[in-house]
Design a binder for this molecule. Structure first.
Ligand SMILES: Cc1ncc(C[n+]2csc(CCOP(=O)(O)OP(=O)(O)O)c2C)c(N)n1
Ligand SMILES: [Mg+2]
Length: 473
């Protein structure tokens, strides 16, 4: 017999006990299968040893720590038991918690697709000046992506990754942070660096790996980093930035800084062990770290359905004891408010916060990828046109009378010109001498590196035809 009760869970629970009905289901309960053993067959003593029972009164009387007690909202708790991790209510029902909650965690949003604000939204107001700057930076990021992508296609740079579809996460999160907050990026967050004042010339120098690149041309394009802007250099191995963020956050805490660490990760990155180590470390150390997960549906060609079976990432934050929120990553106002609140909580309460920003990777994973091989072209088109975060924010800014089509064309053509100049200058600029390849990692160069340096020098001298004219180590 399966009867659905939508209202009183206590009523259901007491009916179960009194009528010995093992299959009364609460609406939304995932345990649809018949229990192996009916509740009437089980005695509470199966679970409570006499030794534990004798401590019951003491434990509940001595410490009442409601925050530490996770009462199930469905079951009658018989009494509390004290375990090393705190008091736990106990139940005579053998019931596994469901694999996921009955309802998916909702997604916080403020702006509708038509650029109007959802009535009664709860968000931080954004001034005209801030809104215009946010929009300008989103548009600049679009132009930058376009020019560098084309430069790669023309063979002028070796590699590039766009942020197309994720402009709102990039810019709105950056706008909500303080410049002292230390950012540990994955790689699809150049907009944060743009917001902080990294110039288009600096972006171009890195992509061309010339002598003005802060990494001295030793990294792939898009692996930006800037001490001046508190933006740690991107490293290719996915998720290494999370345990590093734990260390950065903890050091900010020890130094009593009014700042937090902010680290970005993709949905795919959450499958790495470092994601879990980072979250747990930060939760336990109570470090001021904001985790921003860009859940864009894909990790190269791996869809999220092949990546995890949980309700996305937001529930993983909670599993580690981290306050978490799911937000519409294509809604700049929602991202701004969520990140600003998260940052405030992290700094004032000295605790981590996790944000799962739902979005879609409109571009290919990188210039080494062709995403039409594993996803439908009309799916990409849908997100590009109907769910475009830049267009949505623009509608709001235009509706407020803060932006016009003249402003738009002026901004785009100036940015384009500036970028083309930056690309040309970066391309002409000399590279670092090859010997720089062997510097900076060690204070004193070890013998094996000296040998490799000598070996490379000999190779260049032996086969000069394989290297540009005048090239030497
Ligand atoms: C440890 C490690 N494994 C694999 C890779 C290869 N790799 C580079 S990006 C990527 C996908 C990451 O996807 P996601 O985290 O969702 O970020 P997105 O590209 O979607 O922004 C993979 C598997 C890597 N760089 N490092
Ligand atoms: Mg992804």
């Amino acid at each position: 017999m399966a009867v659905w009760f939508a209202r009183s869970r206590n009523l259901v629970s007491s009916l179960r006990h009194n009528l010995c009905l093992s299959t009364i289901l609460v609406k939304g309960d995932y345990s649809h299968h018949r229990p192996v053993v009916s509740t009437s067959q089980l005695s509470p003593t199966v679970f409570l040893s006499p030794y534990v029972s004798s401590l019951r009164h003491e434990s509940t009387a001595v410490v009442k720590q409601p925050d530490l007690v996770q009462h199930s909202d469905e079951e009658d708790v018989l009494q509390e038991l004290d375990f090393p991790g705190g008091n736990v209510g106990c139940t005579s029902e053998m019931k596994f918690i469901p694999a996921s909650s009955s309802r998916r965690i909702p997604c916080y949003r403020v702006l509708k697709e038509d650029g109007r604000i959802i009535p009664d939204s709860n968000y931080f107001p954004v001034s005209e000046q801030l809104a215009v700057r946010m929009y300008e930076q989103m548009a600049t990021l679009q132009v930058m992506d376009h020019i560098f992508y084309e430069a790669q296609r023309q063979g002028r740079i070796s590699f590039y990754m766009t942020s197309v579809g994720e402009e709102a996460i990039n810019i709105a999160s950056a706008a909500a942070l303080s410049p002292e907050d230390v950012v540990l990026p994955q790689y699809r967050e150049p907009g944060v660096l743009l917001w902080r004042g990294f110039t288009l010339e600096e972006f171009a120098n890195q992509c061309f790996g010339n002598k003005d690149d802060y990494g001295k041309g030793r990294q792939m394009p898009v692996h930006y980093g800037s001490n001046r802007h508190n933006y740690l250099t991107i490293s290719s191995p996915i998720a290494t930035q999370l345990p590093q963020a734990a260390g950065v956050g903890y050091s900010l805490k020890m130094e009593k800084k009014n700042a937090c660490a902010v680290t970005f990760i993709g949905d795919g990155g959450t499958s790495e062990g470092d994601f879990h180590a980072g979250l747990n470390f930060v939760a336990v150390m109570e470090a001021p770290v904001v985790f921003i997960c860009r859940n864009n549906g894909w990790a190269i060609s791996t869809h999220t359905s092949e990546q995890f079976r949980s309700d996305g990432i937001v529930v993983k934050g909670q599993a580690y004891g981290i306050r978490s929120i799911r937000v519409d990553g294509n809604d700049a106002l929602a991202v701004y408010s969520a990140v600003r609140s998260a940052r405030e909580m992290a700094v004032t309460e000295q605790r981590p916060v996790l944000i799962e920003a739902m979005t879609y990777r409109v571009g290919h994973h990188s210039t080494s990828d062709d995403s039409t091989k594993y996803r439908a072209a009309d799916e990409i088109q849908h997100w590009k046109m109907s769910r475009n975060p830049v267009n949505r924010f623009k509608k709001w800014v235009v509706n407020n009378g803060w932006w016009s089509e003249e402003d738009e064309s002026e901004l785009r053509s100036n940015t384009r010109k500036q970028l083309l100049q930056a690309v040309q200058a970066a391309e002409k600029c000399d590279k670092q001498p090859l010997k720089e390849l062997f510097n900076d990692v060690y204070d004193v160069k070890p013998k094996n590196l000296e040998e490799q340096e000598l070996g490379l020098k000999e190779l260049v001298e032996r086969q000069p035809q394989d290297y540009p004219p005048g090239f030497h180590v």
